[in-house]
Ligand binder design. Structure first.
Ligand SMILES: [Zn+2]
Ligand SMILES: [Zn+2]
Length: 558
């Protein structure tokens, strides 16, 4: 029996399918316990208010961490956080070489340099457009257009069939940076035979084709050309094509360019090193902000998602160290609102309006942003070029995945598999089948610790953030008499329970009288004291406040 007759070709997404963010896909080839794997992408997502204290949200990759000796490579399709942002946190449990294009490699190296204690990740470079081998797969990295330099789709060849993992892509007849999506290459892959197409669903709800980056560049140029005061443009920091267009438009309008915000500065440094900003004059240092005439300055800054500590947030609150805005200045949001960030963005916009600043956002009349993902007509093109046997929508929430699944079926793809994170799909041999369901989900980076809600304490911390904490300590002798006055402290409770009394005083009395009401004989039992005092404090706060805080009572026996 030949090896491949008993071997299987497997696709197992552990992140990014059923959510936008934290992409992590496993591909396996081989037989049973000898199956070898590669991972495609290793992304993060960012925590909201429901996860107090969490720094990052990471995919639960325990399945492959337990088999890390069989993981041959982690291949990064591009340097967006939802595709490579979890590497620093998760690589130590995987330790497989990380394959990146030169831009992604330089971004990763810059990130490692800036984070103390970051792991020394083994990075291997591949070139967009080139062919290379990793683990059991013979791979083509195909040029696509997206909103960052050097994005690729990956053709993964195996003896049981070829899988085309699109990564993030769009069609753009006129990108401002990098190559066009390589139609001829995709057609060749279609001729060679694509068993399964694993495809970006982000914009599968939107009809037609996405506008070109060139249109955005033109409309930003006319805004800059007509402006009288300062022009600030906030955008996603990795969009180097956009940064380049803005800088060219500024030069044309005889304005100088300043960049504010750490992540943008890092991207610009890497981009200059790799030649992506060739021909662009050096950017001004931020301490020259006030010395440049208002009509001679364009500022590109971070903070498009309302991040309070980013440059734009500080400017909106007039708290920036070196820069300040005044009436007649203009802020252009060359970005979209990522769902969940709307409130923070509106807060920043209100702050800017209070400063007398004009705001421009993306509307059909002023196209100042385009998405880097394919709409329905573009998706259909991809199906036509690659003629897959199996279609699998990924990179989306349920609504996006379902929209693409429908489009795939309508477009005649014979087998469409609407799977979710944790579904282990056997692509070959035989019909595609879910053979196992693996535990998948989210874990959290919380300081130096990675774990689930309970392991990190985030679940309990969340309760604390709603109800606060009361601690009371009693020191009792052998006979059950208090040796000293009890101590009490309240954290996160209202200060006053009524006009005259603080919560601390009232809860102190409640705890003390609960103790005194225990018959002396029964005060020999520490547990009993604890329970009675806790209960009294809890019921008192419920009565006065309508809430039950976390209550901890210490009994010390001397
Ligand atoms: Zn992306
Ligand atoms: Zn993405």
């Amino acid at each position: 029996m030949k090896d491949h007759e008993t071997s299987e070709l497997i696709f197992l997404p552990l992140g990014g399918v059923g959510e936008i963010g934290m992409n992590f896909a496993l591909y396996g080839y081989g037989q049973g316990d000898r199956r070898r794997y590669i991972a495609v992408d290793c992304g993060v997502t960012f925590p909201g208010d429901d996860l107090p204290g969490a720094d990052l949200v990471l995919p639960d990759i325990n399945y492959i961490a337990q088999r890390s000796d069989r993981l041959d490579a982690i291949i990064i399709t591009h340097a967006h956080e939802d595709h490579y942002g979890a590497l620093l946190a998760l690589w130590p449990t995987l330790k497989a070489p990380v394959y990146c294009t030169p831009f992604a490699a330089a971004m990763l190296e810059a990130k490692i340099r800036s984070e103390p204690g970051a792991p020394q990740i083994e990075i291997k470079e591949y070139k967009a457009g080139a062919r290379f081998k990793a683990g059991p797969f013979d791979i083509d990295a195909v040029h696509v257009t997206h909103s960052i330099p050097e994005p690729v789709s990956l053709m993964l060849r195996s003896p049981l069939g070829n899988v085309l993992h699109t990564g993030d892509w769009k069609l753009d007849p006129d990108p401002t940076l990098g190559q066009k999506t390589d139609e001829a290459h995709f057609r060749r892959l279609g001729d060679e035979g694509v068993l399964a197409l694993i495809c970006d669903s982000t914009n599968a709800i939107r009809d037609g084709e996405s506008p070109s980056e060139k249109q955005v560049s033109d409309s930003l140029a006319s805004i800059i050309g007509e402006a009288k005061g300062r022009v600030l443009i906030t955008t996603f920091s990795s969009n180097v094509g956009r940064i380049r267009s803005i800088a060219l438009a500024a030069a044309q309008a005889k304005r100088q360019v300043m960049v504010l915000g750490r992540s943008l500065l890092r991207v610009c440094e890497v981009s200059r090193e790799l030649g992506y900003l060739d021909g662009i004059a050096p950017f001004l240092p931020e301490d020259e902000f006030k010395s440049v005439p208002k009509d001679k300055l364009v500022v590109i800054c971070t903070g498009s998602q309302g991040e309070p500590r980013a440059a734009l947030g500080k400017l909106a609150r007039d708290e920036h160290r070196n820069a300040n805005l005044s009436p007649g200045d203009m802020v252009v949001f060359s970005s979209r609102s990522i769902p969940g960030n709307e409130r923070e963005i509106i807060d920043i916009q209100n702050g800017l309006i209070e400063l007398g600043v004009d705001i421009v956002t993306d509307t059909p009349d002023s196209l100042v942003h385009v998405s880097g993902h394919p709409r329905r007509s573009e998706l259909k093109q991809m199906y036509e070029w690659t003629i897959p046997q199996i279609g699998i929508p990924v990179h989306g929430e349920a609504a996006h995945l379902t929209a693409q699944a429908g489009l795939m079926s309508d477009s005649g793809i014979p087998s469409v598999m609407p799977i979710r994170n944790g579904d282990m799909l056997r692509l070959a041999p035989g019909d595609p089948t879910i053979v196992e369901t693996i535990e998948a989900g989210r874990v959290f980076k919380d300081g130096h610790i990675i774990g689930n809600r309970d392991e990190t304490g985030i679940a309990r911390r969340r309760i604390l953030s709603f109800v606060g904490l009361v601690v009371m300590a009693l020191v009792v002798d052998r006979n059950g008499e208090l040796v000293a006055d009890p101590e009490i402290t309240c954290q996160g409770l209202p200060q006053m329970a009524d006009e005259d009394d603080s919560f601390e005083d009232i809860l102190y009395d409640a705890g003390l009288s609960a103790f005194e009401n225990i018959p002396r004989k029964k005060r020999r039992d520490d547990g009993r004291i604890q329970q009675a005092v806790e209960r009294a404090i809890r019921s008192e706060t419920r009565e006065l406040w309508g809430k039950k805080p976390i209550v901890t009572v210490f009994v010390t026996r001397v």
